[in-house]
Design a binder for this molecule. Structure first.
Ligand SMILES: Cc1ncc(COP(=O)(O)O)c(C=O)c1O
Length: 368
C-alpha cells in the first residue's frame, strides 16, 4: 500500500514554490557587492540604513520612527517588554494569535479578550468594558486577514478604535503582517495612517509573508520616543539585528522584486483559498466560515457540540494536522479550528479536507 502523505493545514507559512528564490539570490549578490560593509559589519539596533529609509517613506514617517528587528515576533517582544508591566490590562481579540497570548501571560499581563466579529473586534463590547472601568495599557489588533480567523477590520471600526484609544489613553498595537496579501476587495487605510501622528498607534509588520519567513526581518513604526526606547532595548539585547538579512531585503525592495513576489504569492493564495472553500462546501457542508479576502487563514466553525479535539486526533491518524480553536482563546472554541492554506497546493487541500471530512463523519456515526 502506498504510504500516506502527511499534509499540514497547521503551519502559517508559505510553501517553497512561492518563495522568490532567484530574485533573493540576485538581491544577495548585489547587496554583497554594492555595500559589503553594511551587510557584514555590526550595524546599529535601528536597522540597515537603506531599509529604514525605504520603510520610512512607505509609511510617511521619519526614519527615527522605525526600528527593524529579527522578525516582527522580536518587535512584538520588545514592545511588550517596553510597555507592559505585570498586572497591566491588555486588550486582545478573541480568538487571537496564540503567541501573543503566550507572551502576555509570561509577562503577567491581565488579558481582556474581546470577541472578534467578521468585520473585526466588537468595538461596542470594548466600549462597554471601558465604561465599566477597564483601563487597558495596550490593545493588540490584527487588522487584516486576522490570524487565526482570516477576518478584516472595517474602516468604521478602525476609526472607532482610534476614538476609544484617544478618550481612554491606551495604545493601539496594530499587528499587520498580512496587509500586502489582499487578493480580493479594496485595501483599507492602516490605523497608523488614520492616526496622523497623534501617537495612539504603534504599527508592526514583517517581510515573512512577502519575502520569506527564514529571512527574519520585521519592523515597528511609532512615536520617536517609543521607538527610541525600543532601539535601546534592542542594543542591550543583540547589539544589532542581522545586517546580512536586512541588506538582502533592502535590495529586494529597492529593485522592485518585492512587487513581483507579492503578486505571485497573492495569485497562489487566491487559488488555495478557493480550493479550501470549495472542498469545505462540498465535503463538510455543515461547516461554516467567512471567505477571507487575503492572507493565510480560514476559521471553521462546526455545529455546536462538535468535539474538535477528538477530530484533530482522528485527523492526525490520517496524516492531516490543523490547529484547534481552543489554542487561540482563553475559553471556548471547542467546535472550531484554523486552516492555514498558505503552505499547501490545491490538490493537497482537496485531499486533506477529504480526510478531515471522513474523520468527521466517522466520529459523528460513532456518537449517534
Ligand atoms: C499576527 C502575527 N504577528 C506576528 C507574527 C510573527 O511574524 P514574524 O515571522 O515576522 O516574526 C505572525 C506570524 O505568523 C502573526 O501571524
Amino acid at each position: 500500500m502506498a504510504e500516506l502523505q502527511n499534509i499540514s493545514l497547521a503551519r502559517g507559512a508559505p510553501s517553497l514554490d512561492i518563495v522568490a528564490v532567484g530574485d533573493l539570490r540576485a538581491s544577495a549578490d548585489r547587496a554583497f557587492e554594492r555595500d559589503p560593509n553594511a551587510a557584514f559589519s555590526y550595524g546599529t539596533s535601528a536597522g540597515h540604513t537603506r531599509l529604514l529609509a525605504w520603510l520610512a517613506e512607505k509609511h510617511g514617517v521619519g526614519p527615527e520612527q522605525v526600528v527593524v528587528t529579527n522578525g516582527s515576533m522580536q518587535a512584538d517582544a520588545f514592545l511588550f517588554q517596553q510597555t507592559v508591566a505585570p498586572g497591566d490590562v491588555v486588550v486582545v481579540e478573541a480568538p487571537t494569535y496564540d503567541r501573543t497570548l503566550l507572551s502576555l501571560r509570561k509577562l503577567g499581563a491581565e488579558v481582556l479578550a474581546i470577541p472578534l466579529e467578521p468585520d473585526g473586534i466588537d468595538v461596542d463590547a470594548l466600549a462597554q468594558a471601558l465604561e465599566g472601568g477597564a483601563r487597558p495599557r495596550l490593545a493588540h489588533i490584527i487588522p487584516n486577514f486576522q490570524n487565526p480567523a482570516g477576518y478584516t477590520l472595517s474602516l468604521e471600526k478602525r476609526r472607532r478604535l482610534l476614538e476609544l484609544a484617544g478618550q481612554q489613553e491606551f495604545l493601539i498595537f496594530e499587528d499587520d503582517p498580512y496587509v500586502e496579501l489582499r487578493f480580493a476587495g479594496e485595501p483599507l487605510p492602516t490605523m497608523l495612517s488614520l492616526d496622523d501622528g497623534a501617537g495612539r498607534v504603534v504599527y508592526a509588520s514583517s517581510f515573512s509573508k512577502t519575502v520569506c519567513p527564514g529571512i527574519r526581518v520585521g519592523y515597528l513604526v511609532g512615536s520617536q520616543e517609543l521607538i527610541g526606547h525600543i532601539r535601546k532595548l534592542a542594543t542591550d539585547t543583540y547589539i544589532s539585528p542581522s545586517m546580512v538579512s536586512q541588506a538582502i531585503v533592502a535590495e529586494f525592495c529597492e529593485s522592485g522584486a518585492i512587487g513581483r513576489s507579492i503578486e505571485a504569492v497573492k495569485d497562489a493564495l487566491r487559488e488555495r483559498r478557493d480550493a479550501t472553500c470549495a472542498a469545505l462546501r462540498e465535503q463538510i457542508p455543515e461547516a461554516s466560515f467567512v471567505v477571507p479576502e487575503g492572507g493565510y487563514f480560514l476559521w471553521v466553525d462546526l455545529p455546536e457540540g462538535a468535539d474538535v479535539a477528538r477530530l484533530a486526533s482522528a485527523c492526525l491518524e490520517r496524516g492531516v494536522s490543523f490547529v484547534k480553536g481552543t489554542d487561540f482563546l482563553l475559553e471556548g472554541g471547542e467546535n472550531s479550528f484554523r486552516i492555514a492554506y498558505s503552505g499547501v497546493t490545491p490538490d493537497q487541500i482537496e485531499e486533506a479536507i477529504g480526510r478531515v471530512a471522513e474523520a468527521w463523519r466517522e466520529l459523528a456515526a460513532a456518537a449517534a
